[in-house]
Design a protein around this ligand. Structure first.
Ligand SMILES: Cc1cc2nc3c(=O)[nH]c(=O)nc-3n(C[C@H](O)[C@H](O)[C@H](O)COP(=O)(O)OP(=O)(O)OC[C@H]3O[C@@H](n4cnc5c(N)ncnc54)[C@H](O)[C@@H]3O)c2cc1C
Length: 481
């Protein structure tokens, strides 16, 4: 494996300190699998949304012993940092909130933003989404009742976790459920190699707590190791276009030990897996200036105080528009009327978002012409009231922007997630370049690639973890039987 995977000594010491402060790692579940040969039925690598869904599903579908390995000192990966928007298609439930949707429409929208999608997989994910969201509810996850249009989606088809913890809430609820089902979790356990074959895979695991290696045996393996946004070498090799210093949304200030190093890609390649769409990435305006988790209540302006894009367009369209601005920086504005996102309070405290009592004060602090900004907001408000397409084609508004105090933030592009990765089929089996499946090896979540084409609808990152994670766990468990 590449050295980019190594945990720095500083990060390792930090991990130890975190464990000491918490009074030790998560207590182990039931002792090692009660198996005459000492083999785990299913080992899941990674403890994000995909890993948890896979582990729970494997237990529910009959795997006698399930082990979830996590290299970090805490569970959750990127999922624990996510806003929590989860896309789904449930026409009757959506209709009750006046929304018209269907699997067909979802697929068409996914194609409109991503072009070269894996249509059968996208249909499968959309078709299962309502049932799988209900499955999450049965596992103990609670959702807020409103169905909203998440950033980057073209329709109101997202829910989010109840409360204000974003997707961390999913992880906490799912982890409690996995423990109640007897899934064993081990932190600071980094899988460094997988050999062997279905029925008897041999996993080499680094115990980062004791700095010792151990070998584990597993009948089936599910890779849920996340994307590779933090693997600079891999990212620059496949996608040199954004410069190497572009921060990631998971690690905007570069101070974290970001786990998204693409480990699953290397682990599976040792067994012959193919990588697909490795040059497809999502760039997102996420520096901290955006304040809302839904679409409709913000306006974006450039350094001249003028609009330059339809703020409700796809993530990719907005990213391309920002990239065309001279300094690649924009300002995001909302007002007192919008419902602020889960992180807005923290952003205000940290100074990413600013408050202004008038347009003039806001323009002064931004360093733009107050006349230009006032004119821009007046035109925006006229369009919002009429609802007819404006000069950028925008038709979706949830409000005007006119009621003080105003809130604004500076925003720039960041590397958000990777769309390339392991080639999988509808049963979450990892495929070789010739299309044949590697028996016993499954992948789910961001480590799997080639589903969404060049961009994905907002909320489908977590949806893909849910649906394919659940399938991977179930398939692994059934095949053991
Ligand atoms: C700031 C932010 C906001 C986001 N908001 C949303 C949103 O609102 N909606 C949405 O749909 N998507 C969102 N996304 C994207 C989405 O969160 C991710 O695509 C998704 O959470 C990935 O889940 P995963 O389970 O595949 O991987 P992760 O959640 O990243 O979990 C992978 C885990 O595997 C572990 N691991 C890796 N390698 C090894 C190894 N060798 N051995 C052991 N363990 C290993 C990692 O440490 C990590 O904990 C957001 C992403 C970010 C960064």
């Amino acid at each position: 494996m590449s050295p980019a995977h190594g945990m720095s000594r500083r990060a390792w010491l930090q991990a130890l300190a975190a464990i000491a402060a918490a009074g030790g790692p998560l207590a182990a579940g039931p002792a090692r699998a009660d198996d005459p040969e000492g083999i785990w039925d299913v080992v899941v690598v990674g403890s994000g949304m995909a890993g948890h869904c896979a582990a729970i599903s494997a237990r529910l579908e009959g795997a006698r012993s399930v082990l979830m390995l996590e290299k970090a000192p805490v569970i959750g990966g990127h999922t624990a940092m996510a806003s929590g928007s989860l896309a789904f298609v449930d026409p009757p439930r959506q209709a009750a909130q006046g929304i018209v949707d269907s699997v067909e429409k979802f697929t068409a929208d996914a194609r409109a933003v991503g072009n070269d999608i894996d249509e059968p997989l996208v249909r499968l994910i959309a078709g299962r989404s309502a049932g799988d969201v209900s499955w999450l509810v049965r596992q103990g996850v609670r959702f807020s009742p409103t169905i909203f249009r998440a950033f980057g989606n073209l329709q109101k088809r997202c829910v989010t976790a109840f409360g204000n913890m974003g997707a961390r809430r999913y992880i906490l609820d799912l982890h409690a459920r996995s423990r109640s089902l007897g899934v064993e979790s081990r932190l600071l356990s980094r899988v460094t190699s997988i050999r062997g074959e279905a029925g008897d895979f041999l996993l080499e695991v680094q115990d980062l707590r004791r700095m010792a290696g151990e070998a584990l045996r597993a009948r089936r393996v599910v890779l849920a190791t996340g994307g590779f946004t933090a693997n600079l070498a891999l990212r620059m090799y496949f996608h040199p276009e954004p410069t190497h210093d572009l921060p990631t949304t998971a690690n905007p200030h570069g101070v974290l030990d970001d786990p998204a190093t693409g480990d699953g890609l290397y682990l599976a390649r040792e067994l012959g897996a193919a990588w697909v769409d490795m040059d497809k990435i999502v760039l997102l305006s996420y520096w901290g200036g955006r304040m809302l988790d839904y679409i409709g209540g913000e306006v974006y302006v450039n350094a001249e105080g003028e609009r330059f894009v339809d703020e409700t367009a796809s993530t990719g369209d907005i990213a391309r528009a920002i990239a065309r601005l001279p300094e690649r920086v924009m300002y995001v504005i909302t007002d007192a009327q919008s419902i602020k996102g889960v992180n807005a309070g923290a952003k205000l405290t940290a100074g990413n978002i600013h408050r202004a009592d008038s347009i003039e004060e806001m323009a002064r602090d931004m360093g733009v012409s107050s006349m230009a900004l006032r004119r821009t907001l007046e035109r925006f408000n006229e369009a919002a009231r009429s609802g007819s397409p404006d000069e950028f084609g925008r038709t979706a508004y949830t409000q005007t922007i006119e009621k003080p105090p105003f809130y604004w933030g500076r925003e720039q592009l960041m590397m958000h997630s990777t769309l390339g990765g392991l080639h999988i089929d509808a049963r979450a089996r990892v495929l070789r370049a010739d299309g044949s499946a590697i028996d016993g090896l499954y992948a789910a979540g961001e480590t799997a690639g080639g589903i969404w084409g060049s961009d994905r609808l907002g909320g489908t990152g977590l949806l893909q973890c849910l649906v394919m994670g659940r399938i991977a766990g179930a398939e692994a468990a059934r095949r053991v039987g």
